[in-house]
Design a protein around this ligand. Structure first.
Ligand code: C2E
Ligand code: MG
Ligand code: MG
Length: 577
């Protein structure tokens, strides 16, 4: 059967050709760097090139015959695999998928699928081209992360925060809901950062961020603005007060100390709250106002929160004006001293005067120290102002002395910020410079400055005392001093705060407090003076208690230097009669 032999020969020739073609195709496929995987319509792998071997780590023998699903990442397998559907949906297009290597490593790949057809044009499989895009994906994520997240805490940064807030405000507006921005500033973070180092500081911020995150609900946002500032944003509140509750929760979250490298670190915060839409329409305004309110919260002694109010904003603007104005005031000589007489309650004679600083503002006229001293204290300007006041008071005293006025105690208020171990030395030098004996000078201190750093403060006061300078405790009764506590300080005089004098002799509480203070002073053999005495009833009551001296409008308002000295001279003439 020559025909048969010929047929066999033809078939084997064709077979050889087919094999050669397959061989060639395989070679071509292997030349392609990307991985190429062919599969039938049920997803069973029929071809697996060298690129696929390199990428997945499976050889062709291991891979062919397996279902393509074995490359999928677990969670993706839930997807019911309908290859034709996938193809219809994605065929020809590139998509980004996650796949698993033999090593178990999951990676990102770009995948494009094409349909394979048999001789009759019927679909009989798919061919997929995959390339690893993990690197690209990673750098995309990294860029995204750096642009929108804080590297230390992993929380959203300022940019992302603004986007998220503005987006949520649109929704809050639509849902007629309130929103709240909480501006959080840590207290005493800087000293920790400075003494224990930035690395500890960073980890502290991380922990604080985590505590805030856990204290809040998922729908709330917390971001780090930088430094020790965080912002929390709430968008689904129905009442303003809810924001206060959340602020309290955030403050409480810092109650437990944070352990780092064997250090037990305590930190707390001040929080300012602004409410959408009442306080402002957008993230920038709300943030500014929450910051203003935070500033107010900072002024109260401990961890606390405050809601923004429009008056606060006016005050913040006013404060800035005062701060910049005060700096100029020093240079332009706009500060001056007024003096208020202190009088012996029994003889009615002037025994001294308190120097009270005034600011003659070019536009506003006389500005009260009650307005600018607190700001000077906060900004540290009080140190320069205080130096100027001491200098001016001493130069005034020298003038009076030269005019023959007998030693009159000039009392100068000293701010806590001026307290330093060098104070006695600089006051000694000041007296020398003006050629004054120490009995000309009295320093008025406040209780609050006795509370901190007690031993070094006592040491400093002892030095001043030994130099012959009188010390008095101003605004007494407003702080926390107890009798036993007071005994430790070398003070000559207690000054009863005006607020307790005001109500005497009618208010029983004020009378009781004034009485207790005088009693206490007598036990400690201290001199007592009452400030703010405005009428004769008060005078009579204080006298009956045994108070030694008075100061107040009843006798004289604070006066310019020439007027007070005229008073002193008149007083002296009376005494001589
Ligand atoms: P202070 O030291 O307690 O001064 C007494 C304040 O009471 C003064 O207010 C004085 O004018 C006021 N005053 C005196 N008698 C009466 C009265 O009968 N009735 C009423 N209603 N008020 C009376 P001023 O001058 O406004 O000073 C306020 C505060 O500013 C002072 O309180 C003091 O704490 C601070 N201060 C003033 N000058 C200086 C200063 O040179 N240095 C520092 N560190 N603080 C100063
Ligand atoms: Mg005073
Ligand atoms: Mg006072």
């Amino acid at each position: 059967m020559p025909d048969l032999a010929a047929e066999v020969a033809r078939l084997s020739r064709e077979l050889a050709q087919t094999e050669a073609r397959v061989q060639q195709q395989t070679q071509i496929l292997d030349q392609i760097h990307d991985s190429v995987i062919a599969m039938d319509l049920a997803g069973f792998i029929t071809q697996w090139n060298k690129g696929a071997e390199r990428l997945f780590g499976y050889t062709a023998q291991e891979a062919i015959g397996n279902n393509i699903l074995f490359l999928y990442v677990d969670e993706d397998q839930e997807v019911d695999l309908q290859l034709q559907d996938i193809f219809l949906e994605h065929g020809g297009r590139e998509m980004e998928v996650r796949r698993r290597k033999k090593s178990g490593e999951v990676f990102w790949a770009s995948l494009s699928l094409s349909l394979l057809r048999d001789d009759h044009g019927e679909p009989n499989g798919l061919i997929g081209y995959l390339s690893d895009i993990t690197e690209r994906k990673r750098s995309e994520e990294r860029i995204n992360y750096l642009a929108y997240y804080d590297a230390i805490t992993g929380l959203p940064n300022r940019s992302l925060m603004n986007i998220l807030i503005d987006q949520s405000l649109v929704e809050a507006k639509r849902g007629k809901q309130l929103g709240a921005l909480l501006f959080i500033d840590l207290n005493r973070f800087k000293p920790i950062n400075d003494t224990l180092g930035h690395e500890v500081g960073d980890r502290l911020l991380q922990q604080v961020g985590q505590r805030f995150r856990t204290a809040l609900r998922n729908a709330d946002m917390v971001a780090r603005l930088g430094g020790d500032e965080f912002v929390a944003a709430l968008f689904n509140i129905t009442k303003r007060e809810h924001a206060g509750n959340v602020a309290q929760k955030l403050l409480d979250a810092l109650d437990a100390p944070i352990l780092l490298d064997g250090h037990e670190l305590s930190i707390d915060a001040s929080i300012g709250i602004s409410i959408f839409p009442d306080d402002g329409p957008d993230s920038a305004t709300l943030l500014r106002y929450a910051d203003v309110a935070m500033y107010r919260a900072k002024q109260s002694p401990q961890k606390s929160y405050a809601f923004f109010s429009p008056e606060m904003n006016q005050m913040a603007v006013g404060r800035l004006n005062i701060e910049s104005g005060l700096r100029r005031a020093m240079e332009r000589g706009e500060l001056l001293l007024h003096y208020q007489a202190k009088v012996n309650i029994n003889t009615g004679r002037i025994i001294g005067a308190e120097a009270l600083v005034r600011w003659n503002h070019p536009e506003r006229g006389m500005v009260s120290p009650a307005e600018f001293i607190p700001i000077a204290e906060e900004t540290g300007l009080i140190v320069n102002i205080g130096e100027w006041v001491l200098e001016e008071a001493c130069s005034q005293a020298r003038t009076w002395e030269q005019k023959g006025v007998p030693p009159l105690k000039l009392a100068v208020n000293i701010s806590a910020r001026q307290i330093s171990p060098r104070l006695p030395h600089s006051i000694g030098a000041l007296l020398d410079r003006h050629g004054l004996t120490p009995d000309w000078l009295e320093l008025e201190l406040t209780e609050s400055m006795l509370m901190n750093n007690t031993d070094s403060v006592i040491g400093m006061m002892d030095e001043l005392n030994a130099m012959g300078i009188s010390l008095s405790l101003d605004d007494f009764g407003t702080g926390f001093s107890s009798l036993s506590y007071l005994k430790r300080f070398p003070i000559d005089t207690l000054k009863i705060d005006r607020s307790f004098v005001t109500g005497t002799p009618n208010d029983p509480d004020d009378c009781a407090i004034a009485g207790a203070i005088v009693g206490m002073a007598k036990q400690l053999r201290l001199n007592v003076i009452a400030e703010g005495v405005e009428n004769l009833d008060q005078l009579a009551f204080l006298k009956s208690l045994g108070c030694d001296e008075i100061q107040g409008f009843l006798f004289s308002r604070p006066l310019p230097a020439d007027q007070i000295i005229a008073m002193v001279n008149a007083d002296q003439r009376l005494g001589a009669d």
